[in-house]
Each structure stands twice: as C-alpha cells, then as structure tokens.
Design a binder for this molecule. Structure first.
Ligand code: ADP
Ligand code: MG
Length: 335
C-alpha cells in the first residue's frame, strides 16, 4: 500500500488520462461508459466501452459523461474515475490511498462546473484536490515557461471543444473557446458520406477516416481509404472508396471555425504581449492537432510560428501531474 501519491488527471471529453511525475502515464482510455438500457446498469467503462460503440445490441448504448470538458453526468463521471484509479492501482501493484490529485478544468468552466469536477474527484477518496486551468496544464506539459512574464499561446483542439488561451505569469490573460473540435469533424464526415453516397457509417469509422486521410486546408497528394457502411437504399453493407480532397471539403467549415477562434484571440491580445507571440508563436495541442497538414496550414494562415506539442494527446495530463511545484512557486511569487 502506498499513501499520498501525487497524480494529475486530465478529465477530457474524449479521453481520460492519469499521470504521475515518477511513473509517467498510468492510465489512458476513452471517457466512455456503456449502459444497458433494460437494467440501467453499467456494462463496460473506458476502452472496453468505446470498442462496443455501434457494435452492440440496441439496448446497450454508450454515454460520454463529460461534455465540452465539464461534467454532464456526475454519477457516471465518478464511476469513470473509480475505474481509472482502480486500474492505476493494478498497474502500480498497490492500491492508491488518499492521493493528492491535481485535475484540470477548462478555463471557460463556471464556478459550479469547477465545483462539480472537484467534488467528483474528491469522492474517489482523494486526500486533496487542486484545480488547474487546462491551458496552463498543457503549457507546463510542453515545457513552456508559464511562470515567467512572457506570453505563451496554447491552442487545444480536443474532442468537443477548441480552446485558445494566452498565458502570462501563470495566469490566463485572454481566452476563447468554441464547441467545435475533433468530434465535430467526425460528424461532418458522417453527414457527407450519407449525403453523397447514401451510405451510413458509424462514429468510429468516421474517426478512422479523419485520422487516415483527413487533411487541413492545404494542397496535398491525394490519399484514399476504403470503408464499409450500410447502404441506405438497399439496407445492405456497402464498400466505398473515399478520397482526401472530398473529406477536406467535408471538414472545411469546422476547420475555419477553429482558425477564426485562434485569430480572434490573437487580435484581442494585450499589446504588451503581442511581441512575444510574434517571436515565440503558438503551441497547438490536443488530439485534433494531429490532423494531417495542420501545422503547415496554420503557419500559412496566421503568420506566427506554430509548434505542435510533442505529445498532443498527453500534454495536459503531463502538465497537470507536474504542476504542483510550479503552482507552489507561483504562489510564493504572488505573496
Ligand atoms: P479531449 O481533451 O477532449 O479528451 P483529446 O485531446 O484527447 O480530447 O483529442 C481527442 C480528439 O482528437 C478526437 O476527436 C480524436 O478523433 C482526435 N484525434 C486523435 N488522433 C488524431 C489524429 N491522428 N488525427 C486527427 N484527429 C485525431
Ligand atoms: Mg483535452
């Protein structure tokens, strides 16, 4: 048994991660719970639940307890957290008791939403729960000097949202969020395939299409992928080939919304910090930053250097787990 371990949790809309400074990433699974409608019981959590999406009898359906980075279903969120902590215990070989937990919250979360996150984490038996704003966590995870009086811009393209924050001296000085992220692109693809081919595809297929042949708004060598769906006319399975230029058109609007959000935040930057941004550029993180060509497209569009985080799917969790000494340092600085 091991008490008082310090861990960081990234309670994302798409994925939940747990990180410890000494042990690294201890847990990384989709934030999904599968429920049996007949009994209202949970049948699977995390990766197992995500694998069931679209493949199970109709009476089992998948729920995402987090929406837009905040809690949509409190009880299921605590189940998800308990599942995660139990698995961490298994991995470590001892059950964690009364851990100190830092958990991140979107900068746009209300006081009530923050409180709900804190309560849900505390309900797992944590000894202490500290909240950290997500963009600051992402910046720490990517080794940016957040405690300095230097502007750092973080763009986090997650599942449900894209958040853009300018950070200086440990605080968020400008912030914009939009409810468009990677999941919206999956929806765009589902709609496109339905309209264009009369074929219905599932969420997981759409995500795979996006990851393999999805492209930011750039010219590129055309890619293609063969996928299976259900023909809406005959009702039978059908195989079709999709190309990257059509998928690019399908996700174009969502990409433009993300771009506009970045531009607006940069335009609202306090003038004293603009120089830093021109010199230092922006850090793009979150799973959406892995879209093919995203870096190059953003460079073309916004005229400042663009860096993709070294581990975009993990940087918030890593930053959360590493943040305690930095938070303490900031606190001392402020005294
Ligand atoms: P959240 O913080 O909301 O949980 P993540 O940062 O984990 O979200 O990002 C999840 C999103 O990133 C999903 O929409 C997923 O489809 C997308 N994503 C993951 N890998 C890739 C990839 N290689 N290309 C494009 N999108 C990706
Ligand atoms: Mg995230």
């Amino acid at each position: 048994m091991f008490s008082n371990i310090e861990i960081g949790i990234d309670l994302g809309t798409a994925n939940i991660l747990i990180y410890s400074k000494n042990k690294g990433i201890l847990f990384n699974e989709p934030s999904v719970v599968a429920i049996d409608d007949a009994t209202n019981k949970i049948v699977a959590i995390g990766s197992e639940a995500k694998n069931m999406i679209g493949k199970t009898p109709e009476k089992i359906h998948a729920v995402r307890p987090l929406k837009d980075g905040v809690i949509a279903d409190y009880n299921l969120t605590t189940e998800l957290l308990n599942h995660a902590l139990k698995k961490v215990g298994k991995k470590l070989g001892f059950s964690i008791r009364k851990p100190h937990i830092v958990v991140c919250t979107p900068s746009g979360a209300t006081t009530v939403e923050r409180r709900a996150i804190q309560d849900a984490v505390r309900a797992t038996g944590a000894k202490s729960v500290m909240l950290l704003e997500e963009p600051i966590a992402a910046a720490i995870g990517a080794d940016l000097p957040v405690a300095e009086p230097i502007a750092n811009v973080v763009v986090d393209i997650g599942g449900g949202t894209t958040e853009v924050a300018i950070i200086s001296y440990g605080g968020v000085v400008a912030y914009q969020a939009v409810r468009v992220g990677g999941d919206r692109m999956d929806d765009d693809i589902i709609h496109y395939v339905r309209k264009q081919y009369n074929v219905l595809i599932g969420e997981r297929t759409a995500e795979r299409i996006k990851m393999e042949i999805g492209y930011a708004l750039l010219e590129h060598d055309r890619l293609s992928i063969e996928i299976k769906g259900r023909d809406l006319v005959t009702g039978l399975p059908k195989t079709i080939t999709l190309h990257s230029d059509e998928i690019q058109q399908a996700i174009k609007e969502s990409l433009l919304v993300i771009l506009q959000t970045i531009k607006t935040t940069l335009e609202n930057c306090p003038p004293e910090l603009s120089g830093d941004i021109v010199d230092r550029g922006i850090l793009v993180t979150g799973g959406g930053s892995l879209l093919n060509g995203l870096n190059e497209w953003l460079v073309n569009e916004i005229d400042v250097p663009v860096h993709i985080a070294p581990n975009p799917l993990e940087s918030v969790a890593i930053g959360t787990g590493r943040s305690l000494p930095i938070i303490k340092k900031l606190y001392n600085l402020a005294k």
